[in-house]
Write a protein that binds this ligand. Structure first.
Ligand SMILES: Cc1cc2nc3c(=O)[nH]c(=O)nc-3n(C[C@H](O)[C@H](O)[C@H](O)COP(=O)(O)OP(=O)(O)OC[C@H]3O[C@@H](n4cnc5c(N)ncnc54)[C@H](O)[C@@H]3O)c2cc1C
Length: 393
């Protein structure tokens, strides 16, 4: 298997890199936000996304009939990783998850309404699956959607809806058929985020991000805003999660942090002795650098290859997410060990090594093995679907 980019792919990578250097803007590109740079949550960051749209770089892998270019997913990967490397907003939920799911399952009305807006960077989404009693077990959602004339009436609560405080539209799973099995009773809806009856309450997390809980009181959703078929919501959500597990968890921040740690170890001293001479530190760094290279191989060829052709890749996505998010935490954890006690000084303080970058990154990466399905869930998927092990093994 060839892990290098082809000459055409490399040409595109160089073009994107040059464009990002020319369009560098410290207000938009901020490494200290760690993985949450991916959100287009300020006017400046939304303007930046519109520039990407003008370049024709949004939805490159989408079918031509929906405004895409039908080119290999690896180009979208190259773009997204470059954006992430520069701490810029990324293709995210619109292009990477919701657009692709609408193309596969949405009605003509929803495709016509949303796909052009996504390609023009005119819309941001929030995703509402999790609830107080539905996280890993997403099929247990209880948000109630009752059938009423010409639509649905939604009541209940969502938890952990990242982006709800700035998004325009809400992509929400709800229980439409309580008499059916829990997997078959769910449907998916699109709701304007400023809809009367929606109340959003912020929840700051240990990392750099804020997520939200959202309360629904008699939220009316017209029939046309049901996504796909009634009762097929769980299938669509499972596919959308397969896409999320590689689109929203980019590799570049891990590579950046690994490079930073290597540079630190080359020049730092501990108790007067160069860190680079410490046998344990050398072993740890060699392992991290090797695993980072493995993660790169997994993402460039394994996930991109499986994702081409439009079908969301279940097993490679879980393998990629499990490997990279645990590696991401390991890099920060080891960095705190190597920098010693000063490494725990809060980010931004002058006394902190590397201005506390690893202290901040450590907190930010804590969320990565939870959001988009926890590590245990990825292991269950790999064990059951890939290895054929029984459910209660
Ligand atoms: C920062 C952040 C942002 C998020 N953003 C969103 C969002 O935008 N939209 C959204 O819908 N959700 C979002 N989530 C929610 C996230 O998807 C859930 O937190 C996640 O699915 C885990 O669910 P839970 O928190 O209810 O934990 P639980 O499901 O209660 O799990 C608790 C622990 O038990 C383990 N566990 C559970 N079931 C099993 C099992 N069958 N086998 C083995 N171990 C198991 C879990 O892995 C975990 O370690 C976000 C979460 C975070 C932290």
């Amino acid at each position: 298997m060839d892990f290098d980019f082809s000459p055409e792919e490399q040409k595109f990578a160089d073009e994107v890199e040059q464009w990002l250097v020319e369009n560098h803007d410290p207000v938009v590109m901020d490494h200290h936000r760690e993985n949450f740079t991916q959100l287009a949550d300020t006017p400046e960051r939304r303007d930046f996304m519109r520039k990407l749209a003008d370049k024709g770089w949004l939805g490159m892998s989408w079918p031509k009939e929906y405004g895409g270019q039908e080119i290999e997913g690896v180009y979208e990967y190259i773009l997204n990783e470059a954006l992430s490397r520069h701490a810029a907003p990324q293709i995210g939920k619109g292009v990477g998850i919701i657009g692709k799911t609408l193309i596969r399952h949405g009605s003509e009305k929803l495709k016509k309404e949303f796909l052009p807006k996504i390609l023009n960077a005119e819309v941001e989404f929030a995703v509402g699956y999790s609830e107080p009693n539905a996280g890993s077990d997403a099929a247990n959602m209880q948000l109630k959607a009752e059938k009423v004339p010409s639509g649905w009436n939604l009541n209940g609560q969502k938890m952990w809806t990242t982006s709800a405080h700035f998004a325009d539209w809400y992509w929400v799973g709800a229980r439409t058929d309580p008499d059916k099995s829990k997997h078959d009773g769910l449907s998916l809806f699109l709701i304007p985020m400023d809809h009367p009856g929606l109340e959003i309450q912020s929840m700051p997390t240990i990392g750099k991000d804020t997520t939200n809980q959202v309360f629904f009181e008699d939220v009316f959703v017209p029939d046309e805003y049901l996504v796909g078929k009634r009762g097929s919501g769980f299938q669509y959500i499972a596919e959308a999660l397969d896409l999320e597990r590689f689109t929203m968890f980019t590799l570049s921040p891990i590579v950046n942090r690994t490079d930073l740690l290597v540079e630190y170890a080359k020049s730092a001293t501990r108790d007067g002795i160069p860190v680079k001479e410490d046998r344990d530190t050398r072993r740890i760094i060699a392992n991290i650098v090797t695993d980072t290279a493995v993660a790169k191989g997994l993402s460039t060829r394994f996930v991109c290859a499986a994702a081409s052709g439009g079908k969301p890749p279940t097993i490679p996505s879980s393998q990629y997410k499990l490997f990279t998010t645990t590696l991401s935490q390991r890099v920060c954890n080891e960095a705190l060990d190597i920098t010693g006690m000063p490494g725990t000084i809060r980010e931004g303080q002058e006394e902190a090594p590397l201005l506390g970058r690893f202290e901040g990154a450590y907190r930010a990466t804590m969320n990565e093995t939870v959001g988009g399905g926890g590590s245990e869930i990825q292991k269950n998927i790999i064990a059951r679907r890939h290895l054929g092990l029984p459910k209660n093994f």
